[in-house]
Ligand binder design. Structure first.
Ligand code: PRP
Ligand code: URA
Length: 209
């Protein structure tokens, strides 16, 4: 069974509070999502392997460390996942970015795939699937299915806010995929929204309704 990590860093928690706030406007919402994504990337990359190198300082030679050439890939689920990409790229600028386009049918709540474009060496990469919201879990499971069908072997899932139902669905469908969350909320309402949640992440990021 996969592990669920709720990233309890005070800065992440503080910023998610303002992201949740109904009075936070589009500009500030977008900036906060970007900042939280960067902070979450900092936590999620804790275990990256290092290699020893030698660097010449103005004073002498130093034995030091660099990331050991791990190939990373980000896979935002369109559209709301896009809001987290730039924040993560600030910390991991060389990561390749694939896209999986899915929307949730408002009646059935089932995910509908409309676009997939991935790095060609997807099977060699450690992929981080990103989406602010893990609600029923249908979109995340479908995105991960889609990646595995194309050869991906090493996948993590990163979301700002999850409902217990979504976490359970991903764990059952993909027990090899560890899940990283900013917060785990209480339940899904009858419309499939996370309670208390933050509302519709895509609409709040892009100012649509
Ligand atoms: C939202 C969200 C997730 C999905 C979560 O996207 O960004 O992708 O819903 O719900 P689920 O866990 O029940 O599948 P939405 O379908 O609203 O599309 P959008 O990103 O284009 O707004
Ligand atoms: N998608 C969202 O954007 N918000 C929710 O609460 C659930 C799904």
């Amino acid at each position: 069974m996969s592990t669920v990590h709720v990233l309890e860093h005070p800065l992440i928690q503080h910023k998610i509070t303002y992201i949740r706030d109904v009075t936070t406007g589009t500009k500030e919402f977008r900036e906060l999502v970007d900042e939280v994504a960067a902070l979450m990337a900092f936590e999620i990359t804790r275990e990256l392997p290092l290699q020893e190198v030698t660097v010449k300082t103005p004073v002498s030679e130093a034995k030091a460390y660099t990331i050991a050439g791990k190939k990373l890939g980000l896979v935002p689920i369109l559209r709301a996942g896009l809001g987290m990409v730039d924040g993560i790229l600030k910390l991991i600028p060389a990561a390749k970015v694939g896209h999986v386009g899915l929307y949730r049918d408002p009646e059935t709540l089932q995910p509908v795939e409309y676009y997939v474009k991935l790095p060609s060496d997807v099977e060699e990469r450690e992929l981080i699937v990103i989406d602010p919201m893990l609600a029923t879990g249908g979109s995340a499971v479908a995105a991960i299915d889609s990646l595995k069908k194309r050869g991906a072997q090493n996948i993590k899932l990163m979301c700002l806010i999850a409902a217990p139902e979504g976490v359970q669905m991903v764990q059952e469908a993909h027990p090899d995929v560890d899940i990283y969350l900013g917060a785990q909320d209480e339940y899904l309402n009858e419309k499939g929204y996370i309670v208390p949640g933050l509302g519709d992440a895509g609409d709040r990021l892009f100012g649509t309704k």
